[in-house]
Ligand binder design. Structure first.
Ligand code: SF4
Length: 317
């Protein structure tokens, strides 16, 4: 059973004003993405900064209204739910943000921050204090941290508070948006282990957004590769790391340390930056940077199944 199913979701932002007051140009941040997250599993969403990963995460959680497509949570189509109907469901779906300092209210202590979501769901004072304390212990923060404000804590402690705040409502599905990229290398593994332990303890499913494939290898069961608003490849973790099919995935993988040091990969340096989403290349969106491009690539390749469960959008296959 899937906890999340996203079908052909689009999120466009409109810029400028054209004739008759209509928006002149659309930034197609997410342009027809379909993905699923199985119960109890972690799906990774990887790609460079600016490819639309975070926008997709926010659209799935309905923090942004989708331009088109459907979002199903536990089989329930929540795409058109008004805020009042979404509210009870928000307990089930939470988000952990990249920058814990920005995610926390500077005027709330660690304990108050974790109590806040419980208060907004009407939990009584005694009970919410007890639950918040318990959750702070679960994430590894002792009593001396309870009264600290965000600026008095280390980056790792702040991210633990953010994790506790998300988990205290006992969600079923959590979007983690680059949860360790703002942390020192020394505390990244601790926070990843914490997220993994919490996932097992609460039976959680994650959508794990990252540009770091070594983190995705460690954390995810399934991997989606996103480029300029579209999924260009998806497969189980072992399959995609052993047999990347899309040249973009190949380039991303060539830059990470491999778990098997005997395995050799040639480093592929991508030329140029991610194209402007206001003006994406016609045909294959990777065309302007692809070392294998052929004339046919001026036509957009569909996402096709190469082997069971392994799909890629590239004319080479
Ligand atoms: Fe490269 Fe062409 Fe494949 Fe696109 S379709 S990734 S341009 S080879």
């Amino acid at each position: 059973m899937d906890i999340l199913a996203v079908r052909e979701i689009k999120k466009y932002f409109f810029a400028g004003t054209g004739l008759w007051g209509r928006p002149a140009r659309a930034i197609k941040a997410v342009d027809g993405v379909s993905l699923t997250v199985r119960r109890g599993q972690t799906a990774g969403l990887v790609g460079e900064s600016g490819c639309g990963k975070s926008t997709l995460g926010r659209t799935i959680l309905r923090l942004f209204a989708p331009t088109a497509g459907r979002v199903l949570l536990g089989g329930e189509d929540i795409t058109d739910y008004p805020p009042a109907r979404l509210r009870p469901l928000r307990r089930k779906m939470q988000m952990i943000f990249q920058d814990p300092l920005a995610a926390l209210n500077p005027r709330l202590t660690a304990l108050a921050a974790v109590e806040t979501p419980l208060r907004s769901y009407g939990q009584g004072k005694e009970e919410r204090r007890r639950l918040a304390r318990e959750m702070l212990r679960v994430v590894g923060l002792n009593a001396s941290c309870e009264g600290k404000y965000p600026h008095e804590m280390s980056g790792g402690q702040r991210q633990r508070v953010v994790v506790a705040r998300a988990m205290v409502l006992e969600p079923q599905f959590v979007v983690c948006d680059e949860p360790v990229s703002a942390l020192d290398v020394s505390v990244r593994a601790q926070v990843l282990n914490l997220l993994r332990d919490m996932g097992e303890r609460l039976g959680l499913s994650y959508l794990f957004i990252s540009h770091d494939l070594s983190v995705v290898y460690y954390f995810c069961d399934w991997v989606y590769v996103m480029y300029l608003g579209k999924i260009v490849e998806e497969a189980a973790r072992e399959e995609i790391f052993a047999h990347p099919a899309h040249p973009y995935t190949e380039a991303l993988l060539s830059a990470v340390l491999l778990p098997d040091p005997g395995q050799k990969r040639v480093r592929i340096i991508l030329q140029g930056d991610l194209p402007d989403p206001l003006n994406p290349p016609a045909g294959c969106r990777f065309y302007s940077r692809c070392p294998y491009a052929v004339p046919r690539c001026e036509e957009e390749p569909p996402l096709r199944e190469l082997r069971p469960g392994h799909r890629a959008a590239c004319w080479l296959h």
